[in-house]
Design a protein around this ligand. Sequence first.
Ligand code: FAD
Ligand code: NAI
Length: 467
Amino acid sequence: MADTYDYDVLIIGAGPGGYVAAIRAAQLGLRTACVESRETLGGTCLNVGCIPSKALLHGSELFEEAHGGALAKFGVKLGSVELDLPQLQAEKAKAVKELTGGIEFLFKKNKVTWLKGTAKFTGAHTVDVGGQAVTAKDIVIATGSSVTPLKGVDVDNAGGVIVDSTGGLALERVPEHMVVIGGGVIGLELGSVWRRLGAKVTVVEFLDQLLPGMDGEVRKEAAKLFKKQGMDLMLSTKVTGASVNGGKATLTLEPAAGGEATTLEADCVLVSIGRRPNVDGLAIETIGLELNKRGQIDTDHEFRTSVDGVWAIGDVIPGPMLAHKAEDEGIAVAENIAGQTGIVNHAVIPSVVYTMPEIAGVGLTEEDAKAAGEIKVGKFPMLANSRAKTNRDTDGFVKVIADAMTDRVVGVWIVASVAGTMIAEAALAMEFGATSEDIAYTCHAHPTHPEALKEAAMAVTGKPIHI
Ligand code: FAD
Ligand code: NAI
């Protein structure tokens, strides 16, 4: 029966969701093709997201360490320190090329066919790619997301004055004054990059606090730290319009609740107010597939849509728009299509903001955990962690939230230089259903930052040692 189709599985989109699904499907013996319209594989994440942003974050961190005297403090004496922005951008491009090329290699190795072009549904088992009909028994929509536009603030990445994240990753000079619209993950990561390289950065955020969705105490700590680093934060403020003249932008601002308008000048404006699912041009209406109120495609826990044989994963479906969430869904959907049992535990998906310090969390915020039942909370400051003290990176804390009755860990929040690495242990513990006592009695190497997680777990029962 399956042989009547060109492929067993056709995946639309080769981002972290789609390319991983394609590789796993091929590993499971299914004849697999993946349609991708970009010139390179890897989707948003590898081309214009996770990877290039982390390259710039790393490079700008090294520059700030050298320029700001952090190295001198450790006896590393330098002559004059200069920024070579073209070299930093070239190194970023090299990392992107190596990684996107790596996916192409993996496709060949696993015998996944890359169909270059844009896919459009013409039936539940048929898509059109560049005028050619391609059929498959199962089709996975993994088309990802793109930048949400802001009315009255027109992005022109080529012009370099009003940019979105893609333009903000490719600036050819350091702006004198960058205004970031939206104090979420992209705004704070890219704002940090350009601040470290010399820009004055102002973040305009509609809500009364940065980083919506994160633990309240973490959000407050983040605001304190970013202010200390020299970022200007304009909270509870909205941008109502922008004009560009002679390479400069003038923004009109208003209090979020309404009120008197003011203006703000900038030579670069980064629009980072969120992302929305990519469904335009897919013609899902031809197969009777509908979007939910947020413009996403709903699925069941096996990633089946309401149309038989059509599945969806990644940023195009509900849940956090994160690469590792998309990847895990990619593995699960392929296994489900192959008749196995693919599961993603959506209650344990870590998220990390790669600023300095890093900000990470997994599970419930303290606010949500309290609303769900009785809890106990243990906290430990990085200031009391010996490795952080030695490295002079003592900003932040670890917070462990546990169910008061069972002691089972329901959430962990970390602000620390290596929070992104530390959160993996918390995620593993939660996946295994650990109690705070399990973490507290696990031997942690000394001196390391993760000892702070152990001590925060000990603090849940009131017994940390070093504070
Ligand atoms: P995408 O990666 O968006 O891939 C979808 C692909 O489908 C695209 O390549 C697109 O061209 C293709 N496509 C769409 N429609 C069609 C069609 N009709 N035909 C053919 N091809 C099509 N997440 C993290 O976890 N960590 C990070 O550090 C991180 N940093 C980020 C930094 C930035 C600046 C941005 C913008 C995002 C970042 N993200 C990060 C989010 C992450 O990139 C996304 O969550 C992830 O890429 C989603 O994967 P996906 O496979 O669902 O979609
Ligand atoms: P976001 O949802 O993280 O933040 C957007 C911010 O803009 C919010 O704080 C929101 O309140 C604010 N906002 C919305 N409208 C506004 C307006 N008109 N004026 C002022 N502020 C306004 O979205 P962001 O930063 O664009 O990132 C998009 C997605 O990409 C996120 O969902 C994130 O998961 C993902 N991402 C993940 C990264 C990571 O894992 N490290 C890095 C970068 C992106």
